[in-house]
Design a protein around this ligand. Sequence first.
Ligand code: ISE
Length: 339
Amino acid sequence: MTTNDIRVAVVGAGMMGADHINRLTNRVAGAHVSAIVEPDAGRAEAAAANAPGARTFARLEDAIAADALDAVLIATPGQFHETVIMPALDARLPILCEKPLTQEPESSRRVLEAEQKLDAPLIQVGFMRRFDREYEQLRELVTSHDAGELVMLRCVHRNPSVPEAYHQNMLITDSVVHEFDVAPWLAGSDVKSVEVKHPRRNSLAPERLKEPILVIIELTNGVLVDVEMNVSIQFGYQVATEAVFEKGTARIGQPTGIERWQEGRVFRGEHADYTTRFADAYDIEVQRWVRAVQNGTNVDGPSAWDGYKVALACEAGVTALNEGGIVEIPHEERPAFYA
Ligand code: ISE
């Protein structure tokens, strides 16, 4: 910790909050956790044990009143994001908000309105895939046109299992939400429509879930994206993409690491969840955000506008999931504020 470090309040000390506290304390330069905002006192104390010097608060407003922070990292469940973002914006604090920005387009619009009253954007949304080295390389391949134009993206998004609180619409709002951000970013084009197909149900899925699902996303430039969204795959966590170009294909997200031959089998380890699969991406994301806060640009990644576009896509995705059919998303121009 140095005297020039920015003081970060982490709001929410669940799985992602604890992961970010560990990252800010042990791996990110130029910042330290000065406050943990968490209404569950036991959880707050447990998190504070990993962040030397951090104070605990039940509400962000209390941490702001105590002048305990320079910037906010929001890691609460999505339904609480708006109520944390608003006082942070009022206090003109830079914000890194875990995905989603908010859960519905209406609340995202309220956030956009509040942010646009300021001189410049203060909100970055935590879509960490944009900081994954292989995703970056794929984007470079798209923009270089080395393999011709991008035609299709074939994505798999597999979780071994999901917690009890995970319900059917979260297949879209908690999981495919990532593809709604990263596919337009890779292809340089907005989401135009969404369709959801149901293959045979996995009998190992929790009773409340009808999955896997196949999500077909059409982008305005004609690129088609298909996503196998699967949250009961049992064996591990896998996020992979095959990109089809005019002159070739490219794959990212293949298993890496030691390969073993033993007892008549060949095997390689697979991730158990996203905290290890995207650990490097999260580190880079948070480090770059800290640097942006230090140099006063405050945002170095997806903006609140990007978060709003994703909320629109999720709304269409949930309709497609529950009612079927192809659901279109009306085009909206990016405001100059977010250029
Ligand atoms: C989880 O909330 C995430 O954000 C993960 O990246 C995603 O793979 C998972 O499906 C979600 O539940």
